[in-house]
Design a protein around this ligand. Structure first.
Ligand code: GLN
Length: 419
């Protein structure tokens, strides 16, 4: 039922406080509307958002959605505020602010050992997701196959599906989630066009080793595949492990779309700032797609992020990893005490844990029972696994531990009541 009012709003008075004037006409929705496109019919609300909503309704502690409670560095906030006052606030280059691209290119050389020309090979995108979407649209034709390591980030799979790209899954087994050449080769066929590498991994926390990346390099070179990375958790690595950018391997570099973002590093998930580095001809295509879909990433926020990246010492990133490792350890202890055995992650800020002791037959039911019993929300493991082969996700849930100490302590206390 739609209701149409006299427009534009006129005098606002007590009998018509919103100034909408008198109701003109009420129109009921017709029974039959033109049909929706079939392309997106597969898409349902993500488990991450569903649990976030259920958690909010129940006033629980949201360990479902992957947002970090860390404070935004002051230099970043101040610079963005200044940019809102003084500009830029208008559209900027679809490639991103030049100063941000330069700082990101410097960072990629210094911390990731990969070199990209900020003028032609690196662009700022609307989050890492914006970069991934542009890559899917530009690298593939419908029907091309793309390899995902399972457990996978559900949004990667959904992007592929939205572009008509069947995914092939290489299931990795906990606790190491080791990649073997044989398992990877099994999923490569004549239609395979790319391998997606999310390192450190969401949801597994897996940090790909050099020898695993060498396996990917060999397979990508011998089968002429693209490699698309998602390195948004690059600074969240624990136990002295090192993040290795796949593009730092010479065989991967020329065929790599290196994707990263500032959301997690600077705790600005809502600013939607990501980036993508690729060979110049490809970067240009991706930039044209960014321009088409959203013109540019938010301009004053790019200025804030640029100032922050310029000012923050490397110790900032080291401290980030130390603090999160401490939270990981405390949280995994609590999971153990609760009888929810964790698969202790090497990186990122999620932990998969065994929730089979909770009532229910699916991970969704068990995650809901967990929320009801403890007020702690987690994402059902089935969001990261195919239902085939026993659906290992059905006994798992993903928890985000990047929370303030007070929130994390309370979540631990509640979970420990399950012991
Ligand atoms: N990447 C984050 C996660 O995995 C947030 C994504 C989202 O909210 N959809 O939770």
């Amino acid at each position: 039922m739609a209701r149409f009012f006299q427009q534009p709003p006129k005098n606002v008075n007590s009998s018509d406080p919103r100034g909408y004037g008198k109701l003109l006409v009420t129109v009921s929705t017709p029974n039959k509307l033109p049909q929706l496109a079939s392309r997106m019919q597969f898409l349902t609300q993500s488990e991450i958002r569903r649990m976030t909503r259920d958690c909010a309704e129940k006033g629980g502690i949201n360990l479902a959605q992957g947002l970090c409670d860390m404070e935004i560095p002051e230099v970043v906030r101040r610079a963005a505020q200044r940019a809102i006052d003084e500009g830029p606030n208008t559209y900027v280059s679809h490639l991103g602010l030049p100063e941000l691209r330069e700082i990101l290119a410097d960072k990629l050389v210094r911390l990731n050992a990969v070199s990209y020309d900020p003028a032609t090979e690196l662009i700022v995108t609307n989050g890492a997701s914006g970069a991934f979407w542009a890559a899917c649209l530009n690298l593939f034709d419908p029907g091309d196959e793309v390899v995902l390591f399972e457990p996978y980030y559900g949004y990667h799979l959904a992007h592929l599906r939205a572009c008509g790209l069947p995914a092939k899954f290489v299931r990795l087994a906990p606790p190491t989630f080791e990649v073997t050449e044989a398992a990877l080769l099994e999923q490569i066929g004549p239609k395979t066009r790319a391998i997606v590498v999310c390192t450190p991994g969401n949801p597994s926390g897996k940090v790909f080793t050099r020898s695993e990346l060498e396996v990917i390099e060999r397979v990508a070179v011998s089968h002429n595949l693209w490699v698309i990375t998602d390195e948004i958790y690059e600074h969240f690595v624990y136990d002295g492990k090192k993040h290795i950018s796949p593009a730092s391997l010479p065989g991967i570099y020329p065929r790599c779309i290196t994707i990263g973002g500032l959301s997690k590093t600077l705790s600005i998930t809502g600013w939607r700032l990501g980036y993508c580095a690729a060979p110049s001809g490809v970067a240009e295509r991706l930039a044209l797609t960014s321009d088409l879909v959203y013109i540019c990433a938010p301009s004053p926020l790019q200025a804030g992020a640029a100032a922050g990246l310029r000012a923050l010492p490397d110790e900032y990133y080291a401290a980030l990893a130390r603090h999160q490792q401490d939270k990981r350890d405390r949280f995994c202890e609590a999971l153990l005490t609760a009888g929810l055995t964790p698969i202790v992650p090497e990186g990122a800020y999620y932990v998969l844990a065994d929730i089979s002791k909770l009532p229910g037959t699916t991970a969704r039911e068990r995650a809901s029972a967990l929320l009801d019993q403890t007020g702690v929300a987690a994402v059902a493991g089935s969001a990261f696994y195919q239902p085939t082969g026993g659906g290992p996700g059905e006994t798992l849930a993903r928890f985000c531990f990047a929370k303030t100490d007070g929130v994390l302590d309370e979540a631990c206390r509640r979970l420990e009541t399950l012991r």
